[in-house]
Design a protein around this ligand. Structure first.
Ligand code: UDP
Ligand code: MG
Length: 217
């Protein structure tokens, strides 16, 4: 307990600590992860990190759900997609326009987005809510960088996928990167609300909660 503080301050601090301990994020094993038999491996990594799966379901999403899931009317996000795709050229002596047909981030982002919408409907996904200390940042770390060939070894994308937007684009498809994880609090809240609206999010304790999260001695 913090010293020399008012009751209000202590109550506020306790609430903040509770919220940090119970932070929730949304994550999803994408169709390629399911079809490659990686459901168990991916969930194992989440659980091994000390995080808790508090809701889970399998479904094949339709176009409407995917369009709601990704911020498809956010121009900045679309331009960021295009820009990320361009970074697939790092280390290659290829021209942006020759490779992607455009060097405009937004135009390229739109084309990446249509491939992404198609890819995400290509089979069942496993959607989850995961809870724990700094869960959003933790699950992003477990996921690794977006582009598989840049994702660090030891991460889900780095260990199990190898793909590049240059190759994907030429083949008229999205990159296959196995796993989705919310990037920040706003994204986590809206994605949990979209995928699990009105559904039960479970509350239970892990056997090692005391050792991991509390002063047990
Ligand atoms: N994506 C893609 N090509 C790219 C960049 C992204 O196909 O050059 C897809 C990929 O499936 C990625 C998704 O778009 O996971 C959403 O992109 P975002 O930038 O939000 O990456 P994430 O948050 O998934 O790491
Ligand atoms: Mg994202």
């Amino acid at each position: 307990m913090a010293k020399n503080t008012t009751k209000d301050y202590d109550a506020e601090l306790n609430k903040t600590i509770f919220d940090i301990k119970h932070q929730r994020t949304f994550c999803m094993i994408k169709p390629d992860g399911v079809m490659r038999g990686l459901i168990g491996e991916i969930i194992r990594r989440i659980e091994k990190a000390g995080l808790k799966v508090v809701a889970m379901k399998m479904l094949t999403p339709d176009e409407d759900l995917i369009k709601k899931h990704y911020p498809t009317s956010d121009e900045k996000w679309i331009a960021r997609l295009g820009n990320k795709s361009k970074s697939g050229l790092d280390g290659l002596s290829l021209d942006v326009k020759d490779t992607f047909g455009t060097d405009d981030d937004t135009e390229l982002g739109q084309s990446v987005l249509s491939g992404l919408i198609e890819y995400m409907q290509s089979g069942p996904v496993v959607a989850m809510v995961v809870e724990g200390i700094q869960a959003i940042e933790m699950v992003r770390k477990l996921a690794g960088a977006t582009l598989p060939f840049k994702a660090e070894m030891g991460t889900i994308r780095g260990d199990f996928s190898v793909d590049s937007p240059v190759v994907a684009n030429v083949e008229g498809r999205s990159i296959h990167n196995l796993f989705h994880a919310s990037e920040n609090v706003k994204e986590a809240e809206s994605e949990i609300n979209l995928w699990f609206k009105g559904e039960i999010i479970c509350d239970y304790s892990l056997g090692n909660d005391d050792i991991m999260y509390c002063k047990h001695y």
